[in-house]
Design a protein around this ligand. Sequence first.
Ligand SMILES: [Zn+2]
Length: 309
Amino acid sequence: MPLVDSKAMLIYAMENKFAIGAFNANNMEIAQAIVEAAEEEKAPVIVQISQGAIEYAGENCLFSIVKSLADKASVPVVCHLDHGVDFNTVIKALKAGFTSLMFDGSSLPFEENVRITKKLAEIAHAAGVPLEGEIGKVPDAAKGPLSPEEVQKYLTTPEEAKEFCEKTGVDSLAVSVGSAHRMKVQSARLDIERIAKIKEKVKVPLVLHGASGVLDESVVEAIKAGISKINFATELNKAFTNALRQKLTSDPDLVDVRKYGAVARENVKRIVREKINLLNSAGKAEEVLSFISKNDYFKRYIDKSAIVE
Ligand SMILES: [Zn+2]
C-alpha cells in the first residue's frame, strides 16, 4: 500500500499503550529488512532516514527505496526524516515525499528551537505531513562518557516540554529521559518517573531516541509510562556489520556483494522482529490501518488508496 503519515499511527499507539518501532535505514538491505520484518510480524512500522544517511546516499534515492518497498507491503509503512538539524534539510525531505519529518533544534537556545520548529510545523502541516520536535537533548555516547551533571543538564523537564509543544504545534515530541545515541552496549535505564510526569503535561505522542542502548525491561516500562515511538539505529548497524564481517572472515574468497548482503540483511531482520515484539506492535497492522482510515488528521493522504473503507 502507499506510504502513510505517522500522525494517526502514533496517536493510536499512544491510546493503546504500545509503541511503534522506528528503524533507521542507511542502505537498501536495511530498508528491506525493516519492511520484511514488519510484514512477517504484521506490524505498522516507521522506516527513518537520518540527515547523515541523506548526506551518504541522497534523499531521493533512499526515499524511492522505502516508497517502493511500502507500495508492495501489506502493512502500513511511514518514511520519516530522522534528525533534520537544519531548516533546508527538512524542506528537502518534504519535497522528496517523506511522510513524516523531524526537526532537531535541541542544540539551539529554547526560543530559537521554538521559532524554527513552529515555522516548519506550519509548512509541514500545510503539506499534510506531521513534524516531530525535540526538547532537552538526547546525548551522543560516541563523544565519550557523560558526567552525572551533564546528563542532568540534558534531561527534558515536564514544564519545558509543555511550553515547547504549545508554542510549536509539533505532532510528536522527542524527549531526553536517560538514553543516549550510538550506545553499543545495552545497559541504560530510563527515568520512568520523568516520562510519566512529561506525559501528564503533554498531549502529543512521546518519542524515545537512542533505544539501542536501553535495557529491554526499561523499554517496556517506558511504553507503560507513555512513550509511543521508539528509535533504533545503532543496533541495526551493529547487526548488519557483524554478520557481514563474520561472513567475509569465514569465506575470504567471497566477492559477490549479493551473497554477503543477504546474510547481513537476514541478521538485521532478526533484530527488527525482536524489537517489534518488545514494543508490542506485532499483529497491530490491521487495527492501525482501520484507525488511520477513520482519522485523516490532515484531510489528505499521499495516495487516497491508502484508506481502507
Ligand atoms: Zn535520535
